[in-house]
Design a protein. Structure first.
Length: 202
């Protein structure tokens, strides 16, 4: 029954993804982070839902007339260089036959990561993405509050917004930073101050 439910949700979402590629981003993140298909015991556990959603999202993106450009920041440039370096070192791997499947998997994830960065542009998109991530993690028992941090807004989606990480009253276990914004590297470093040592080392 769970296999059928997940299949119905994914395939029912495809027309909406073709209508707007941002919907595909949300579905891909949901499948990749929450892995809802692993909650079944049948065909869904090994069915390539993420690949289907990713392919549909890319087709929708190519068909869409919306602006499509990667915001080149230190974070995105570093990610691109990291991907290029993995391609350079692949032929020299000690166990090439074992490395190729992992390389292919990582390249697919990095491709969709750049698709996400290209499509998530507005405040509404970012809020939707954060909620998808939060709910996907919360499904597995992630407990605690959600504390938005943004110096430009007093609140986001009805939640009190803090001006910086140090203003938080308690440590945070998970920090989600929008890498497309200027100064995102500095935000990531400041987030580490509020994370316990066990979370920083993972």
């Amino acid at each position: 029954m769970r296999d059928i439910l997940v299949s119905l949700i994914v395939f029912a979402s495809l027309p909406y993804i073709l209508r707007s590629p941002v919907n595909g981003v949300m579905m891909w993140v949901w499948i990749s982070v929450m892995n809802p298909h692993t909650q079944g015991w049948g065909f869904a556990t090994s069915f390539p839902f993420a690949a289907i959603v990713a392919g549909t999202t890319i087709v929708s993106m190519l068909m869409s007339r919306e602006p499509k450009a990667v915001p080149w920041t230190p974070v995105t440039l570093t990610l691109l260089l990291f991907a290029a370096w993995m391609n350079v070192t692949l032929p020299f791997s000690l166990h090439f036959d074992l490395s190729v499947p992992l390389w292919a998997r990582v390249m697919k994830i990095l491709l969709m990561t750049f698709v996400v960065v290209m499509l998530v542009k507005t405040r509404e998109h970012i809020e939707r993405l954060v909620w998808v991530l939060a709910l996907s993690l919360g499904f597995y028992g992630f407990k605690g509050g959600i504390f938005p941090v943004n110096p430009r807004y007093p609140e986001i989606a009805g939640l009190v917004c803090y001006p910086n990480w140090t203003a938080l009253k308690a440590p945070c276990d998970v920090a989600i930073v929008d890498s497309s914004t200027p100064g995102s590297v500095g935000w990531m470093r400041s987030a580490m101050v509020k994370m316990p040592s066990s979370a920083r080392s993972s």
